[in-house]
Design a protein around this ligand. Sequence first.
Ligand SMILES: Cc1ncc(COP(=O)(O)O)c(C=O)c1O
Length: 353
Amino acid sequence: MTPIDLRSDTVTRPDAAMRRAMAEAEVGDDVFGDDPTVIRLQERAAELVGKPAALFVPSGCMANLIGVMAQAPAGSEILVGARSHINSAESAAYARLAQVNKCALPEDDRGRLDPAQVRASIHLGAEISGGNSHHATTTLLALENTHNYCGGTALSVADLRAPIAAARERAPWIKVHLDGARIFNAAAVLNVPAREIAALADSVSFCLSKSLGAPAGSLICGSHDLVARGVGLRKMLGGGMRQAGILAAAGLEALKTPNLERLADDHANARRLAEGLAELPGIVADPAGVQTNILFIEYRGRKGDTAWLGRALTERGVWCLALGERLRMVTHRDVTRAQIDAALKLAAGILKD
Ligand SMILES: Cc1ncc(COP(=O)(O)O)c(C=O)c1O
């Protein structure tokens, strides 16, 4: 059987139209700022998230790092969700490169931060009137939507607005960075344009290579000033690419409206998968909580533990990812409804008494 790869939505292969666009892309040298396809991609990205400017960078990690470094001075503190990608899966970049202190706050199971806790966690350093020399000043709040490790949950505009308002009550200067790696998944399920979600943040990053099918690349979007700083930071971090138009051409295909609209199919497939798995003996899953294309399950049956189930599924061709005590499954455009049904059948076979 051809493997059904549910490890991540990053595993998609560029389709024929994307490969053609890449082969035919008009290119320049993006470090000199004259690659026309990169320029078109940046314009399209900025328009989609309603920001004045956007910068094409190699990865989501770099987009987040640039968003933070461009706005949070070294020696200051940033507030992050404990289970956010920035806090838990971007190596030690914020300590080593951004030189900021991270203050991690627990999210609820839908990825939301508690506004009261955000307000109470703001620190004012000695340089702020009324501040305290024991503290690094809080300069940035980072949010994530959809929230990957909380199960691909989509935070509503109100969910995002509440912690931002709480932070700014005590620290009006606070910048907001939104890790919108999957912002179009959030927009699709919330039924609002991505720009409405992004409007709450000073900077927003998103990925072309998650769900949207491009082989690589992310955008960091914000003001012209932020992007100008971002150009310098990208070069310093080793992310300046030359004939990057070849990748940007794939990105432009990825951002075509029908490709954004089809994300709803991935969400329906994830819900179907969760519903089917929840019926199997020993599986702990929460189908009602599956809003987008990511689901987490555990196994608490007689046959083994969660890691055992992950190995059993993977050996038989349903690839999933063990993350801590849980298994993650992610639907994407290279997985069909028929493959979801095949995966369920296979799981049922493994778990039958
Ligand atoms: C929410 C979130 N942010 C950022 C990233 C980083 O993206 P990349 O792998 O392109 O660096 C990921 C990757 O999975 C992610 O899920």
